[in-house]
Design a protein around this ligand. Structure first.
Ligand SMILES: Nc1ncnc2c1ncn2[C@@H]1O[C@H](COP(=O)(O)OP(=O)(O)O)[C@@H](O)[C@H]1O
Ligand SMILES: [Mg+2]
Length: 236
């Protein structure tokens, strides 16, 4: 990576980040003592077997879950010591999430789904609408604006979800198995779009995936194994 004179604060900083799930009498470590520093504008691919802790880490970074212990800073927000109300604000304004199962609301149109986070964050309606239209154009969904999710292909649903994740100009996009329900052509398209948005807008992107589709696009590859993180040294 290029060195600049001025040091940039990391976008993500974790130290000893640990999430222990307690169910019944037993405890399972979702992630265990994760130290991670991610600079702004990186495109990070996170690999690891099923159950290795990828979704746990993404949920913590998204402010959807709280750590058991350790430090967690995202875009200057200390998520380890946050009240629930502050986390709602953080989730609406700082991160955008993309899921394997798209998570679109079936009774809203494509345009309404994309606008929903702007509405919830009480953003001014007209600029939000313009931004939504721009995103839908960029994602090739112009003619699908008034369609409902059930009328879309999987690839179109995921592109709608990407537009929704971007509507509030997040500093960080977290994608959890974004190609898991897509065929290989649409999977590649979604990965290419995430990389393009990273290049164009400098948005930091973290993709948890089993797929190799994003490997060549990544600025960094991380590997989780039983909750422990390491830098992927396959062909560094
Ligand atoms: N809500 C939960 N309650 C209890 N255990 C959980 C919960 N979520 C995840 N786990 C456990 O934490 C570990 C990591 O899971 P997860 O983060 O979902 O992994 P991945 O996304 O890599 O498949 C697994 O052992 C899983 O069973
Ligand atoms: Mg998962």
């Amino acid at each position: 990576m290029m060195e600049t004179g001025a040091r940039r604060d990391p976008l993500i900083l974790t130290r000893n980040l640990t999430r222990i799930y307690t169910v019944g009498g037993s405890s399972v470590a979702g992630i265990n003592a994760v130290d991670l520093v991610i600079a702004p504008a990186e495109l990070v691919v996170l690999k690891g077997n099923s159950g290795s802790g990828k979704s746990t880490l993404l949920s913590l970074l998204a402010g959807l879950d709280r750590p058991t212990s350790g430090d967690l800073l995202v875009a200057g927000h200390d998520l380890g010591n946050r009240r629930a109300t502050d986390l709602t604000d953080f989730r609406r304004n700082v991160v955008g999430m993309v899921f394997q199962s798209f998570n679109l609301l079936p009774t809203l149109t494509v345009l309404e789904n994309v606008l929903l986070p702007a509405l919830l964050a009480a953003r001014p309606a007209e600029p939000a609408r313009r931004k939504a239209e721009e995103l839908l154009d960029w994602l090739g969904l112009k003619s699908r604006r008034e369609h409902f999710p059930a009328q879309l292909s999987g690839g179109e649903m995921q592109r709608t979800a990407i537009a929704r994740a971007l509507i509030n100009d997040p500093a960080l996009i977290l994608a959890d198995e974004p190609t898991g329900n897509l065929d290989s052509r649409n999977g590649r398209l979604v990965m290419d779009l995430l990389a393009e948005l990273n290049r164009r807008s400098g948005c930091t992107v973290l993709i948890a995936t089993h797929s190799d589709l994003a490997d060549a696009l990544a600025t960094r590859r991380l590997f989780l194994s039983d909750g422990a993180l390491r830098e992927d040294a396959c062909d560094a």
